[in-house]
Each structure stands twice: as structure tokens, then as C-alpha cells.
Design a binder for this molecule. Structure first.
Ligand SMILES: [Zn+2]
Length: 149
């Protein structure tokens, strides 16, 4: 049975090194957004703003721009949700997601066999005029109990 996982969060020093290697500075705004993302794991800009609260006044637009910049630089990744929101993921590596449609949240699934299985299944398939770049697996579901975690 696949396990829902909570991956180890990037520490601030690792975050600082990632920014530096991409010639980006560790501003107080980027650090506040990163701290919020480390707790939220998957979040939209307005969720990050709500999490930061009064601690640091940053507009939703600025937060969205910071999240987009981090995703464009491969530090975070983007997740398109069935509820038409742009979510960002603190973990840019390939992994399988559950999307809880009742609570509108992403959960990481620790089943690493699923991606190679789908890739193998699609290897012989051709999409005329297109070349496959990536496969993202997102399983849309709802909880069977009131609250699992
Ligand atoms: Zn994830």
C-alpha cells in the first residue's frame, strides 16, 4: 500500500546555497515565503500570505512572483490543481501526488514504482506530432475518514 509521506524539509542554509548558485539574494521576503512553504509543503500564493499573516507584510502578487521565480529556477515546482489554483511544491523532484478534493490539498505519495510503471506503459505509445516531455501523476480523491493526519 502506498504511503503518504512528509519529506525532509530543506533547511535555510540549503535554501541560501540554492539561491546563491542561481545568483539570487536571500531577501527577508524570500526567507519568509520559504519558511511558510516549509510548513505548508504545497500551497498557493494566498495560502502562503495567510500563513505569514502579520509577521511580514508582503502582497499576494509579490508572494506569487517569489514562488514563480523559485519554481522557474528549479527550487520549487508548480502543481496545477483540480480546483483551478496554482499551487507550488517545496519539493521539485518527481513524485506522485494525491489531491484531496474535499480539503483542496496535495499530499505526497511514497510509491516510487508508479512513475516507472506508467513510463514503461507509455514508452511504445506515440502521439503524432508530439514528443512527451514529462509525466505527472496526480490522483484525485477524497478522504474516507474525517481527518487522517
Ligand atoms: Zn509534492
Amino acid at each position: 500500500m502506498p504511503r503518504i509521506t512528509r519529506k525532509k524539509i530543506k533547511d535555510e542554509e540549503a535554501f541560501r546555497r540554492q539561491l546563491k548558485s542561481r545568483s539570487l539574494k536571500l531577501t527577508p521576503q524570500r526567507l519568509a515565503v520559504h519558511r511558510a512553504m516549509c510548513e505548508l509543503i504545497h500551497a498557493s500564493a494566498d495560502m502562503v500570505q495567510e500563513h505569514i499573516g502579520e509577521e511580514c507584510k508582503i502582497s499576494t502578487v509579490s508572494i506569487y512572483n517569489i514562488l514563480s521565480e523559485l519554481a522557474d529556477n528549479g527550487i520549487y515546482s508548480r502543481r496545477y490543481s483540480p480546483n483551478n489554483k496554482m499551487y507550488f511544491d517545496v519539493d521539485p523532484s518527481r513524485h506522485v501526488h494525491l489531491f484531496d478534493s474535499r480539503n483542496n490539498e496535495f499530499l505526497d505519495v511514497g510509491d516510487l514504482d508508479l512513475i516507472p510503471l506508467v513510463e514503461t506503459g507509455l514508452k511504445r505509445k506515440r502521439f503524432r506530432g508530439y514528443k512527451m516531455d514529462n509525466i505527472e501523476i496526480q490522483i484525485i480523491c477524497h478522504p474516507t475518514r474525517k481527518k487522517l493526519i
